[in-house]
Design a protein around this ligand. Structure first.
Ligand code: NDP
Ligand code: 2IT
Length: 457
């Protein structure tokens, strides 16, 4: 993972949006990921605020970059050796103007305020784009679930929920999974909420097991949605995915189901990775084997190559050095830098879609766009996950259960609508084909108009 070590310079932004960015730098020192996410949005929406100065007059930017509420708490728990461990828990409730706070929980040792704030900030716009009536938030902990027993995971989740429960609720704040938080963790978190509150409140968490209130397709939704978005970008240019070599990074929830959908659409995914390195498989990824190694046995990615003669493991490197036409970063933030982008461009990449949140550094995005590579930012391309979370909330509220096929059709339609919204907004604001500007402007207008309608609060 590359880190942005420099402070992004306010002078690189149009004058109208600079004060909001200066406030972010002043109030959030040492938070480079948060600065990076805000900088990108403010740079993109400049044409909107120049055309509609009332957004500035109403202080929309200054309000948007300041979370409505931030909760930081101690999470003590006992490990299998009887030792007390202490982690830090976070929930940043960024904006509830369009609906209850909505966004995942991340358990990873790198988690800190900067990472949770960047994710929560992006979530506002992503969720607005889905048009599903959900606000933006994010949470998590610096807890590392790797190599922990199920008992340790359960005790950690219970302690985490002992504090977080008081801030949640189906109309208040509805978490879901993210890195390190999957079906197992969601089960333990939901169970503790139910125990403490004496309420089986299905709509307070999404990504639940399908046997107890979870929606069909939620597990697959982020990865599937990312590939649907690529399909749309190609379709409006009379191209298709069929036969194309696809590079996927990561081997978690998003990566696995991006690979699955790419295969269903006759593309050829050939890579997967984790924090130890990557595997490349010229015969095409054997998805059953990858799921067995990563989902069921929770082993390192090298084991895939041990069990598959057509694959090899490359330690400590990134998949972007492998030639391919479609690149889907699906692991984590800042995992694709300017050099990686140059390598991809040299090898003939046609489209890049972010399954992860902010995986591309700003210089990589710039390089792709300058080279005419189709580039889909995470807040549009990976929004299928949270959109399907909203479908789960709808089903919970109505006490209904939709079929897999019906849910997948809805997801597909939402991805097509988001592509259309970003595509149209890019043209409307003078940058045809720029999905970063398109997604940010389309989402910003929805959020800003709702803020104005609801007054200064
Ligand atoms: P998982 O925990 O299921 O998988 C994460 C994958 O990324 C693992 O292969 C992991 O490898 C790798 N990874 C994580 N951190 C790092 C790191 N610092 N360096 C290298 N590799 C790393 O998470 P998800 O698949 O759910 O999430 C992946 C991305 O997608 C994240 O950016 C997340 O925010 C985003 N996202 C997730 C959604 C969801 O519904 N789950 C929805 C929208 C976006 P290792 O095991 O070795 O750490
Ligand atoms: O980044 C994301 O959109 C997620 N981790 C999913 C959030 C959700 O509430 O489903």
């Amino acid at each position: 993972m590359s880190t942005v070590t420099h402070t992004l310079d306010p002078d690189t932004l149009p004058v109208a949006v600079r004060p909001a960015f200066e406030a972010v730098l002043r109030r959030n020192p040492g938070e480079p990921e948060f600065h990076q996410a805000v900088h990108e949005v403010l740079a993109s929406i400049a044409p909107v605020v120049q055309e509609h100065p009332h957004y500035l007059e109403d202080g929309i930017l200054e309000r948007l970059v300041e979370p409505e509420r931030q909760i930081i708490f101690r999470v003590p728990w006992m490990d299998d050796n009887g030792r007390v461990q202490v982690n830090r828990g976070y929930r940043v409730q960024f904006s509830s103007v369009l609906g209850p706070y909505k966004g995942g929980l991340r358990f990873h040792p790198s988690v800190n305020s900067s990472i949770i704030k960047f994710l929560g900030f992006e979530q506002i716009f992503k969720n607005a784009l889905t048009a599903q009536g959900i606000g933006g938030g994010k949470g998590g902990s610096d807890f590392d679930p790797h190599n922990r027993s199920d008992g340790e995971i359960m005790r950690f989740c219970q302690s985490f929920m002992n504090e977080l429960y008081r801030h949640l609720g189906e109309h208040t704040d509805v978490p879901a999974g993210d890195i390190g938080v999957g079906a197992r963790e969601i089960g333990f978190l939901f169970g503790q909420y139910r125990k403490i509150t004496n309420r089986h409140e299905s709509g307070m968490f999404t990504g639940k097991g399908t046997g107890w209130g979870g929606a069909e397709v939620r597990t697959e939704a982020t990865g599937y949605g990312t590939v649907y978005f690529v399909q749309e970008m190609l379709a409006v240019r009379n191209k298709s995915l069929a036969g194309r070599r696809v590079l996927v990074s990561g081997s978690g929830n998003v990566a696995l189901y991006a690979i699955e959908k790419a295969q269903q659409l006759d593309a050829l995914p050939i890579t997967a990775s984790d924090s130890s390195g990557y595997v490349v498989d010229d015969a095409g990824i054997d998805l059953d084997l990858l799921k067995e190694v990563k989902e069921e046995e929770r082993l390192r990615i090298s084991v895939y190559a041990d069990r598959r003669p057509s694959a090899r493991f490359v330690p400590g490197r990134r998949v972007w050095e492998v030639p391919g036409e479609i690149a889907l970063p699906c692991a984590t933030q800042n995992e694709l830098d300017g050099d990686d982008a140059s390598a991809l461009i040299r090898s003939g990449v046609v489209a890049v879609a972010e399954g992860a949140n902010m995986p591309s550094l700003p210089e990589a995005v710039h390089a792709f766009q300058s080279a005419g590579v189709l580039f889909a930012p995470g807040k549009a391309a990976n929004a299928g996950g949270v959109a399907t979370s909203a479908l789960e909330m709808s089903q919970n509220a109505a006490r209904q259960r939709w079929s897999f096929a019906d849910s997948e059709r809805k997801l597909h339609h939402i991805m097509q609508s988001m592509h259309e919204a970003a595509y149209v907004a890019a043209e409307r604001y003078g940058n045809p084909g720029d999905y970063v500007i398109g997604a940010n402007c389309a989402a910003f207008v929805k959020v800003a108009d709702a803020m104005i309608a609801q007054g200064v609060i």
